[in-house]
Design a protein around this ligand. Sequence first.
Ligand code: MSP
Length: 532
Amino acid sequence: MSSVSPAGKSFYVTTPIFYVNDAPHIGHAYTEVASDVLTRWQRQKGSNAFLLTGTDEHGEKILRTASANNSTPQAWADKLVHDAWLPLLETLDIDNQDFIRTTEPRHKKNVQRFLEDLNNKGFIYQGSYEGNYCVGCEEFKTDSDLVEGEGAFAEELVCAIHSKPVERLEETNYFFKLSEFQQPLLDYYEQNPNFIQPESARNEVISFVKRELTDLSISRSKDKFDWGIDIPWDSNHIIYVWFDALLNYITAIGYGEDQDKLESLWPASIQVVGKDILRFHAVIWPAMLMAADLKPAERVFAHGWLLVGGEKMSKSKLTGIAPTEITNVFGSDAFRYYFMRAIAFGQDGSFSWEDLSARYQAELANGFGNLASRVVAMVHRYFDGAVPEAKNLTEADKKIPLAAEAAVQAADKAMEQVAIQDALVAIWELVDELNGYLTEQEPWILAKDEANRERLATILSTALEGVRALAVLLCPFTPKASAKLWAAIGHSLGDLADQPLLEAASWSQLSPGTKIGELDSLFPRVEQEDKA
Ligand code: MSP
């Protein structure tokens, strides 16, 4: 994927849209944060970057939850969106450009338009469906998707993800001719080796598609339930919730209404999904787009799961942790940093309070936060808050801008490959280099003798430039801390949002003599008696 978008084309990132049957847990938050970090990185590089997220509100699962709560599905969805899903974006400091709900007219109308188009093009037919359905996944399941149940479901076959029995369906449905796209999909995967990532996910999808691709039932009979969008030409059927949901990625950006907007954003630069929903995004969705003469996305990235006791964290299994449990104690920056740093993006990972607490203390508070506070405090103490001037650079001073440039290059290379963890590792090499530089140069000792004034100025100027570079590089990860730091040291250079990321290591940006502000602790001590 090229980092420089073609003229006029934005860098478009999508998250999956979330089911509103329940409130978010940290697994959902993980998807949101990664997508936001990727988008903010491109924006800081100067791209017109657009992040879409939203909610998936139709289907049997939502209807059942609403009924169980004595609510209509629409009232239930409204409540969950306003009480849980929109607040999640605040909790995590997500900078999304739009939020789509599948119950909005802009979506419903254009889902129908899309289906009409596919019908006119001969890709839809009526047939009978007989098979298994998992309401938790909202997915038709083959026998190979099922496993032996345990406990109350011993001796039954259950969904491998939800560990609950599937339901038998026998319906007359409309089908999408997915099977016709077997070869076009295989060709697309071959011609676009970066389309599915990571590599293991790509291999899994390719062998799945090579085995056999059957046509997909894309409607449900209203005899059973009716919470969905009508098949435009047959009001006895509603559109299968996944077919409806996948279209959010284009109905939100003008499909059927604003062709210019659609073309400025589609194809998406990267679609972030959990590995459980990869096939929908890497098989069904590109086939739907091909049928409509639209291009598939440039890249679909499947991340791993947050595990609890070796299993996917989930509310239905009562293992969900609410994101606010973490952010209320450590703040949103720490949440964002921790999950991006501790787990290789694309692999499963476990959350632990001990690990979070240890990384908060060592990497954020002592590593980055303390570095920034010490440098700003010394500029105030020894130079009355005015940026000092560097003169007669030693080898040690010259190493710092080189380390900063290396961090920018390595972090950007990693981010282009969606190796988010590696990007943070690269940035922390600069944090460590700067801390080591201060330890070696001991400016607080030099400050005791007026004769060392020029040397002291050079060291603090160098360290301050390094901290400035860090504020820019870390902005996509820890936007609050970066903004606070920038307010103290960078205001003379304009807004943080306007600082070109790839030029973060270009040196001597702060003019000598410029006054800087005070800086409160970026990552204060946390009290968390009942956590760690
Ligand atoms: N509504 C569908 C997506 C439709 S997209 C057109 C859906 N919703 S979901 O709410 O169940 O999940 C949304 C995302 O959260 C998925 O990417 C899923 O993988 C992710 N996660 C849910 N639990 C998770 C973990 N325990 N760990 C990491 N991500 C997890 O699927």
